[in-house]
Design a protein around this ligand. Structure first.
Ligand code: HAM
Length: 427
């Protein structure tokens, strides 16, 4: 009997991991320049944390959480996103009492019981940032500009930045009633799900993917027109700062996003080319100035984003993975195998990656495998090489060979690996 993986959950194998490392290290590199520090929070939190922060009438909370019961009535949930857990950690550790401005980033798996398809999984990986203690709008603009910089660094150029503002509590209350009034006479045109949300959470109707709902909201009132006072100043300040930076953006008054904790600035970065289809949102985020307080903390403005790493890897499909150069060590015979063990250890101690083929196969089969692995060099040691304290170094791309003394090994191999190109793909 063979076990299948859990639906929507994937293995990442060593031949794919190089691209993950490169993406993750590019993310760390870029956000470190902006002085974000890494936070690691648990994969499990109390269910109530997500219900309170993400919102009871959101898809994530209504249908997508992996939740299980523990004894004594405790209910735990696999984190569907990172913002709620980060805010909880910020409060648990009383970070606000030590620093007025906090910049955190995280990388890791998230869990949502969605219908899996290309770019949508039940276990997926996000990289995200959260800033606490800055009301903006300069930090909002800086964050968007950082995201554009990041996408360019990882080779994703076809990306559009969509922004909107949903104002503060009062603006949203005004907008909710305007939207409900607009939608009520059209209720029969809406999907059943949207109709059920009409009175409880009408903003969610704007976010629906159902064609009937999309058609019904085309003429819906714009929330941007309802912004007043500080909400309007914040929005205009954001546009001014983006213009000053020269960051391109598109204003999308229909953008509301699927989580209830947002206020004022909202944004999404979408891939405009490639094979992602409907799942082309690479990154989403926004301000959530009310969340920390609603979780029992002090009034703390906050803004953040998260990006889906699987989707970025799909969007960046054309970018080749850089392989760390390595050599294959091919010993022939028992005594050569023992010498090879020590040679491999010395090479590794000098920082050189070595694949020791100690299975006792023929030279031909070891060379074939070295070629298939796209190794740069194959080091062959037989009895005569052991006797003369040398190795045969075969350059697999150039089809040349040279004898190198064991005593010269780490240095000489290091030089050769640095100068020999990898064999071409498919060679
Ligand atoms: P979100 O829009 O739910 O926002 O997710 C952010 C990104 O995660 C999406 O744009 C997408 O790239 C990726 N993503 C979401 N669900 C899946 C899935 N099932 N499979 C693959 N990728 C997925 C948040 O999670 C917020 N916490 C972002 C945030 C941070 N807002 C403020 N701070």
């Amino acid at each position: 009997m063979q076990y299948a993986p859990v639906k929507g959950m994937n293995d990442i194998l060593p031949d794919e991991i190089d691209r993950w490392y490169r993406l993750e290290s590019a993310f760390r590199r870029v956000v470190s320049r902006y002085r974000y520090g890494e936070v690691r929070t648990p994969l499990l939190e109390h269910t109530e944390l997500f219900v309170r922060s993400i919102g009871e009438t959101t898809d994530v909370v209504e249908k997508e959480m992996f939740t299980f019961a523990r004894p004594k009535g405790e209910s735990l949930t696999m984190r569907p996103e990172g913002t709620a857990g980060a805010a909880r950690a910020y409060l648990t550790n009383k970070v606000q009492s030590r620093e007025p401005l906090t910049r955190w980033y995280y990388l890791g798996p998230m869990f949502r019981a969605e219908q899996p398809q290309r770019g949508r999984y039940r276990q997926f990986h996000q990289a995200g940032c959260e800033v606490y203690g800055d009301l903006g709008p300069l930090v909002d603009a800086e964050m968007l500009d950082m995201l554009v910089t990041f996408f360019h660094e990882v080779g994703v150029f076809d990306v559009e930045v969509c922004i909107n503002s949903i104002g503060g509590e009062a603006a949203r209350a005004r907008y909710r009633s305007a939207l409900t009034e607009f939608l009520r006479p059209r209720a029969q045109e809406l999907s059943e799900h949207a109709r059920s949300r009409l009175e409880t959470n009408p903003l969610r109707v704007l976010d629906s993917k159902d064609a009937r709902d999309r058609a019904a909201v085309t003429e819906a009132p714009s929330i941007l027109e309802m912004l007043e006072g500080e909400d309007r100043q914040h929005w205009e300040g954001l546009l001014t700062a983006l213009d000053a930076l020269g960051t391109p953006y598109l204003v999308r008054p229909g953008l509301v996003r699927g989580l209830d904790y947002y206020s004022r600035t909202l944004f999404e970065l979408n891939a405009t080319s490639g094979e992602l289809g409907a799942q082309n949102t690479l990154c989403g985020g926004g301000r959530y100035d009310g969340m920390v307080k609603s979780l029992g903390g002090p009034d703390t403005p906050a803004i953040g984003f998260a990006m889906g790493l699987e989707r970025i890897l799909l969007a960046a499909a054309a970018v080749p993975a850089a392989k760390t150069p390595f050599c294959v060590l091919a010993p022939l015979g028992r005594s050569a195998q023992l010498t090879a063990l020590a040679v491999a250890r010395d090479l590794r101690a000098a920082g050189i990656a070595v694949d020791l083929d100690g299975r006792g196969n023929s030279l031909k089969s070891m060379l074939r495998r070295a070629d298939a692995l796209r190794a740069r060099l194959c080091l062959v040691i037989g009895d005569s090489e052991v006797a003369r304290a040398v190795v045969q170094v075969k350059d697999l791309a150039g089809h040349s060979a040279a004898e190198v003394a064991l005593g010269d090994l780490p240095g000489r191999i290091g030089e050769l690996l640095a100068t020999t190109p990898s064999p071409p793909e498919g060679a």
